[in-house]
Design a protein around this ligand. Sequence first.
Ligand SMILES: C[S@@+](CC[C@H](N)C(=O)[O-])C[C@H]1O[C@@H](n2cnc3c(N)ncnc32)[C@H](O)[C@@H]1O
Length: 271
Amino acid sequence: MTSYTHGHQASVLRAHSWRTAQNSCAYLLSYVKPDMSILDVGCGPGTITVDLACLVPQGHVTGIEPSAEQEEVLDKARHLASSQGVTNLTFSRGDGHNLPFPDNMFDVVHAHQVLQHVADPVKVLSEMKRVVKSAGGIIAVRDIDYASMVWHPPSKGLSDWHEMYERTARANGGEPNAGRVLLSWALKAGIPRDCIEPMVGTWCFSKSEEKEWWSGTWAERVVQSALAKSAVEHGISTEAELQEMATAWKSWCVAPDAWFAMLHGELICRL
Ligand SMILES: C[S@@+](CC[C@H](N)C(=O)[O-])C[C@H]1O[C@@H](n2cnc3c(N)ncnc32)[C@H](O)[C@@H]1O
C-alpha cells in the first residue's frame, strides 16, 4: 500500500468534512435511486457517504477505509451518521485493492479523491468493477488534477507549496494528476470504452469565507499533517520552507482579488 499523503490530522479532516454529495459527486446524483446499495471506497470522515445514504432511504451505503490506522476516522464517520440520525449505512475496514465483498454486489461503487493515493489504481478499478452489478451497475470515480490548479494573485510561497505537494505525493507512490488519467486507468481495468462517460468538475474558491477556510486548512496542513512529515523525510522541503509556505497561504487569502480554482476528472461507468 502507498502511504496516504495527507493523513487524517485535524486540518485534513476539516478540509474533507466540507465535502457534500452536491459539491463532490453531483455528476453521479441523477443515477441514484432510493433503493440502491452503494459502496463508498476510501470514505474518509464520511460526509459524502452520509449524504449518499440520505438519498437511498430504502437502500444501504457501505463506507470503507483500508486499515486499523483509519479506525479513528471511521469512528468520526459513524458519529456523524448517528448525530444526523442516519442508520442505513455501515462503516468498515476494506482495502480498495482487495475489496472484502463478493462479485456483483452493489448498484453503485463510488470513490472520491482516492485513486490518486493508491499504489495500483488499475487494480482498485478492477475490484470496483468486480463488486458492482455486472448488469446495470455504476462505477463513479472523481480525482483532482493538481497541475490544473490556478490562483491569483501570484505567490512564490503557493508555487513552492504546489511543487512540494506534487513531489511528495509522487514520492509516496501517488499520482497528483490523477484527474487526467482516470479514463486510461478504467480502460486498463477492462471497463469497455462505450460504458464510460468521462467528465470534468471544478472547485472554485472566491468568496471570503471559502478562501479563509481553504487557505486556513492548507496553512495548517503544510506544517502539521502527514504531508509535512513526508516532505521533510523525503528531503523535498525543510521545516523552515514549509513554515514559509504556511505564511504565504495566510497572506494570500486576505487579498480582495484572491481566487483559486482546480479541475477534477470524473467518470461514470454504466455496466
Ligand atoms: C482524500 S481522502 C478522500 C476521503 C473521502 N472520499 C472524501 O472525499 O471526503 C482519500 C481517502 O482514501 C483512503 N485510502 C487510501 N488508500 C486506500 C485504499 N487502498 N483503499 C481504500 N481507501 C484508501 C484514505 O485513507 C483517505 O481517507
